[in-house]
Design a binder for this molecule. Structure first.
Ligand code: 5AD
Ligand code: SF4
Length: 450
């Protein structure tokens, strides 16, 4: 298929999780045959897509303030004789609030949920037609992943996301995901493998498999079998996956961490709370004890694995003693990194209606204490790498001249002076310094006597 030269400017702003990052790239892919090319700012764009997040109230509110800014920008551009910017809202706010968004902000031209991105060209055409404009290309709507064909992918670097599973059936009582992303759906392994081969052929060395419940991947043999097949692809040297649920962490996947060199020693395994009473109210289907046993089991096969987690403070009914239980679980696990959140009441979720909503000041205080501990652990984890030589996959140039930035197996950012040709290579780096968020080092080869 020959493609028209890009004639329209597309700006996509992505909020929230990595799944949205992946989806934004695929939206750009699907719009590219229609002549849309990506730009870095909304100014002067023909089409602006906000790929939104609904997980916490703050994320949702950000979308509405951005929409207000875009509306003003469009009015100014029109007053100066510019083209009319089309404003689209995609992602989980679109799914959760639907056309309500257009009532709250009439400047919005179209709303498209995460399962309908393949219909984006048609929706844009319809919105243009409603105003007497026409779009040039036709598009036959099919299933999301069928239309977003692997060959259309244009990876921009040496690492890429690859969605293998979407949606969630777990119904944690605080979470909107089962409502915004729908039930669990796993892509066929063949489609995933084809996409991975395409990425590898285009220079990608590392893929991160994405799913709201990625380790619930339901293809034959589960996620472990999929990872083993992916590991055989020529050029694909590193595999990661996120996000996992403790309940779906099966023995086959744990075993893969023990014997598959391509599977990186990093595991994002949210626990949310260390209190069994709260875990039960959250409908998490695990206890603090069962989570700790699981971590132990994984560390038996991969002692150096970097464990990451998510935590919520101030869930309804959380007492000081529950919060202390969370701190003590964290001390026992020792996290490499973590994400911590104040409970945010989401309309329609069971927890929103629970008694014992926790005061904001209490949440603030608990979050601050939690972060002190998590920060200490992150620093300790990074500091433990000093003096070690780690294989680093260089991804891009750094901020300083001559410097490259890459990732360690543990997902730490690593800075080192290295020639540009090493972008895309996995190179041993001796770690010399550690900070809260990153490491720096020198190429191991330069340390050897010539
Ligand atoms: N309030 C606060 N945090 C939440 N998360 C999900 N829903 C909420 C909520 N209502 C957090 C969980 C989840 C992460 C992606 O976001 O920790 O693992
Ligand atoms: Fe939300 Fe729980 Fe599903 Fe994670 S497992 S997406 S927190 S409902």
């Amino acid at each position: 298929m020959s493609e028209p030269a890009p004639t329209k400017r597309l700006f996509i702003k992505t909020y929230g999780c990595q799944m949205n990052v992946y989806d934004s790239e695929r939206m750009a892919d699907v719009l590219s045959p229609l002549g849309y090319a990506m730009t870095q700012t909304p100014e002067g764009a023909d089409l602006v897509v906000l790929n939104t997040c609904h997980i916490r109230e703050k994320a949702t509110e950000k979308v509405y303030s951005e929409l207000g800014r875009l509306k003003e920008m469009r009015e100014e551009a029109l007053a100066q004789g510019g083209a009319r910017m089309t404003i689209a809202v995609a992602g989980c706010v679109a799914q959760a609030e639907g056309e309500e968004i257009m009532r709250r902000q009439p400047a919005v031209d179209l709303v498209v949920g995460p399962q309908a991105y393949h219909q984006l060209p048609e929706l844009i055409a319809r919105s243009h037609r409603a105003r007497g404009e026409r779009l040039s290309a036709n598009f036959a709507p099919e299933e999301k992943f069928d239309v977003l064909a692997p060959t259309a992918r244009r990876p921009t670097g040496v690492t890429a996301f690859l969605t293998v599973q979407e949606g969630c059936d777990k119904f944690c009582t605080f979470c909107v995901v089962p409502y915004t992303r729908g039930g669990e759906y796993s892509r066929p392994a063949e489609a995933i493998l084809a996409e991975a081969r395409e990425l590898a052929a285009k220079g990608v060395r590392e893929v991160t498999l994405l799913g709201q419940n990625v380790n619930a991947y339901a293809g034959e043999g589960g996620l472990a079998a999929l990872v083993r097949r992916l590991a055989k692809i020529e050029g694909l040297d590193r595999i990661r996956y996120t996000t996992s649920h403790p309940r779906d962490m099966d023995d086959a996947l744990i075993a893969a961490h023990g014997d598959l060199a391509e599977l990186m020693p990093y595991l994002h395994l949210p626990v949310q709370s260390g209190s069994d009473r709260i875990l039960k109210a959250m409908n998490r289907a695990h206890t603090a004890e069962s989570y700790l046993r699981l971590i132990e089991k994984i560390r038996r096969v991969r002692p150096d694995i970097a464990v990451s987690g998510d935590f919520i403070v101030g869930f309804p009914g959380e007492r000081d003693s529950d919060f202390e239980a969370t701190l003590s679980l964290i001390r026992e696990v020792g996290y490499a990194t973590a994400f911590s959140f104040k409970y945010s009441r989401r309309p329609g979720t069971p927890a929103a209606a629970m008694p014992g909503q926790v005061a904001e000041v209490v949440k603030d205080e608990r979050l601050a204490r939690l972060n002190v501990l998590l920060d200490e652990q992150a620093r300790a984890f990074n500091a433990a790498q000093v003096g070690r030589t780690l294989p680093v996959l260089f991804e891009r140039k750094g901020r300083h001249p001559g410097q490259l930035v890459g990732r360690s197996p543990y997902l730490q950012a690593v800075h080192a002076l290295a020639p540009d040709r090493m972008i895309g290579q996995i190179v041993p780096v001796r770690i010399e310094e550690a900070a809260r968020m990153s490491l720096s080092g020198v190429l191991a080869q330069e340390l050897e006597p010539a």
